[in-house]
Design a protein around this ligand. Structure first.
Ligand SMILES: NC(=O)c1ccc[n+]([C@@H]2O[C@H](COP(=O)([O-])OP(=O)(O)OC[C@H]3O[C@@H](n4cnc5c(N)ncnc54)[C@H](O)[C@@H]3O)[C@@H](O)[C@H]2O)c1
Length: 357
């Protein structure tokens, strides 16, 4: 089989540090044939570095190329839906970075377009393709009843990790009016999604879309969809969000926030009577860092045993692309499909409703 030909829309940080190196590890599955970015400087430098022949400033041109089978959507959030819809309409398979979109309207349009076109659309929830996470999911039924769960994502800003470990090519040539129209589009989409609840809650919604989407979607896969949100609150100008999800027999606590400590503390923790499972993530910007499953168990002698499971080496972005290739070639629906993403929007909307009071 020939490798699938990939066109990348948005050649910024995540594309340069994570997607291009991941694709380079999968030459039998993928070959990158086209790039799109609104910055000519970024296009040229990234295209030269990775030897990608076809370069476009307008995504509409990229999605209409005959030598593109698959489109990665990795430009700013407010454009995700329109790029995905154009790619789907052109009959391309789409891997779309999180958040898939900002509003229910956009989500429903993508869901309908995918059904009509029959192409594969996968949301870039790479944490859910990590072997340690899959191992935790496999062990949940063996726990014999969950008593409590915790989901946490407290991080230092990404620049700590990026600046010390990668060189990212940035453009200084994007016209001011294009930058302003992108900001306006983002503000319009946010208002369409949640109205005008004030800058704090708007910031929280943005954090939920950008970071919380990883945590809450992983929570849904691990524990199922909650019966409801018991409470949700924001503090620190919206930069910290906490919530409690009601699972009937147990509650799942959620906490997220961004500070200036150069560490990445993201985990999902599940407590049963005799065992605790914890999936611990590290920053995605340093590739191949192990994602571990920690298991704390009571032993027969009245003591405790602790183990750390790290089922495989490798990066979750590579695992995500590998899964995408299998979904396309085997005609299987990704678990992280557009309808799955919509469930995160449902929970975010409920959380914002509770934050408003
Ligand atoms: N899965 C993850 O963990 C993860 C990590 C980081 C970022 N992301 C997502 O990836 C996306 C990109 O993030 P980033 O950190 O690379 O951002 P970035 O700002 O570094 O890069 C965005 C790039 O898109 C270009 N761009 C802007 N408007 C465009 C348009 N209309 N058409 C084409 N290109 C355009 C910019 O010039 C820039 O090069 C975001 O949606 C973000 O949420 C996901």
């Amino acid at each position: 089989m020939q490798p699938l030909r990939v066109g990348l829309v948005g050649c910024g940080e995540v594309t340069q540090i994570l997607h291009l190196p991941s694709l380079a590890l999968l030459p039998e599955q993928f070959t990158v044939t086209a790039l799109c970015d609104v910055s000519g400087q970024v296009l040229q430098a990234v295209g030269d570095l990775w030897r990608v022949p076809n370069r476009f400033k307008d995504y509409k041109e990229l999605v209409s190329q005959a030598d593109v089978d698959v489109v990665l959507v990795a430009n700013p959030d407010a454009y995700h839906a329109e790029v995905a819809l154009a790619a789907i309409a052109a009959g391309k398979h789409v891997l779309i970075e999180k958040p898939m979109c900002i509003t229910f309207r956009e989500a429903d349009e993508i869901i309908a377009a995918q059904k009509k076109a029959g192409v594969t659309v996968q949301v870039g929830y790479m944490r859910r393709y990590a072997p340690a996470f899959l191992e935790a999911c496999r062990r949940i039924p063996e726990l014999g009843g969950i008593r409590l769960a915790r989901v946490r994502d407290i991080l230092g800003s990404n620049s700590f990790f990026v600046n010390q470990t990668s060189r990212v090519i940035k453009g200084t040539d994007v016209p001011e009016e294009l930058i302003k129209s992108g900001q306006k589009l983002q503000a319009e989409r946010m208002e369409e999604a949640i109205g005008t609840p004030g800058p704090q809650i708007t910031r929280s919604y943005r954090i939920l879309l950008g970071l919380g989407a990883h945590d809450i979607s992983a929570m849904r896969e691990l524990l199922g969809f909650p019966k409801g949100v018991l409470y949700a609150a924001q503090r620190q100008g919206g930069a910290y969000v906490t919530a409690a999800f009601d699972y009937g027999d147990f509650i799942c606590h959620y906490e997220t926030g961004i500070d200036q400590i150069a560490r990445f503390d993201a985990s999902l923790e599940v407590f049963s009577e005799k065992q605790v499972l914890r999936v611990q993530y590290d920053t995605p910007y340093v590739r191949n860092l192990p994602i571990r499953l920690f298991v704390t168990s009571s032993n027969e002698a009245g003591g405790v045993s602790e183990s750390s499971v790290h089922p495989a080496w490798g990066d979750p972005f590579v695992a995500e692309w590998q899964a995408f290739s299998e979904h396309i070639t085997q005609g299987r629906t990704p678990k992280t499909d557009p309808a799955d993403f919509r469930k995160d929007l449902e929970l975010f909307t409920d959380m914002v409703g509770l934050m408003r009071g």
